[in-house]
Write a protein that binds this ligand. Sequence first.
Ligand SMILES: [Zn+2]
Length: 388
Amino acid sequence: MNTTDHPEVVLPPTVLPTRHGDLALPCFLPDATRATVRAIDSTDLRTVGIDGIVVNTFHLMRTPGTRLVKLAGGIHRFMGWDGPVVSDSGGFQVYSLIRQNPAAGVIRPHEVIFKEPTTGEKVVLSPDRCIQAQLQLGSDVLFCLDDCTDAGDLDTEQVLSVERTIRWASRCKQTFDKLVIPRAARRSAPLPDKEKETPVRPLLFAVVQGGGSATLRAECARALAQIGFDGFGYGGWPLTPEGALRTDMLSAVAEALPPGTPLHALGIGRPDHVVRAHALGYTIFDCTLPTRDARHGRLYRYRPGFPATRPRPDDDFFDTHYILDQKHANDFGPIDEGCDCPTCSRYSRAYLRHLFKVEDASAWRLATLHNLRFYARLLNALRIPHAA
Ligand SMILES: [Zn+2]
């Protein structure tokens, strides 16, 4: 779309240039939490049209250790994956584990210490350590360590969380600049360009907190923008207790940030939530949902007309099937007639159901390939502008 006639309109970016290629936006990045998208490999990811993945720094610090990944030549070589890799800081996961079991660790003003339940070994997550670990991984987009709260926490807790998130982000930026920028400068290479050039350094994103307060969310976003980052993530729990997307909070954050900034809706991944958040300006999504659902035999299917028609926020554009239901036992058609994934191209529902029944490992793989292809097709559809 040409915006020159409307200079006040700044559209969300359509591409995020990284050291391992351009990510076309919007994009869905499956969670390869422990350096694997469970049940499939890097070749499979490419086959179904996945362009990038998200790994988890905290979990990789635990196993196999970020030093080992560095020894292997970095996360790309370790996994045999040549596309963009985003590393989540792991703040959300470590906080969840400590909240579930306070004996599992301690949260201090400058760091989080997690104790391995079986060995007692400590994993220290501080702003410095978090950036160092992500640089050892060699990821293309790094995330600052943030202070996650629970949706039900008191306002006073949310204020403290925002203060700590800003302080930690500032520290992460200092560490990142110290370790990364001089290296790029020494090579006399240009820093990443907002235009098309391939960046020579990784990108650094910060996470916006603020719980259920639009004011706090906006304050946090503005303070982080002041420090200066390549992009921002929406942090914390994104759903209401009833399971609806917190569009009010998502809007507050998007509106407080400079127009055209890459926005990552962290952990947001239900297909209708992706469409809704995209309409608010978010362009990067990740979630364990499609791959976890696949392993439980829950498969996604488009309703007639989609995704050839680009789904809008209120469209009822998909449904799900539980492959173990009896009705699929003698159904010899594919999961989705319109799907071009390797599973639908070759196998019937009856056969996939049989593989689940006999608990063959290929059942997880075939179901995962289909669900990820469903997402790749959805994001392709969202890249096409609506007809006027
Ligand atoms: Zn399929």
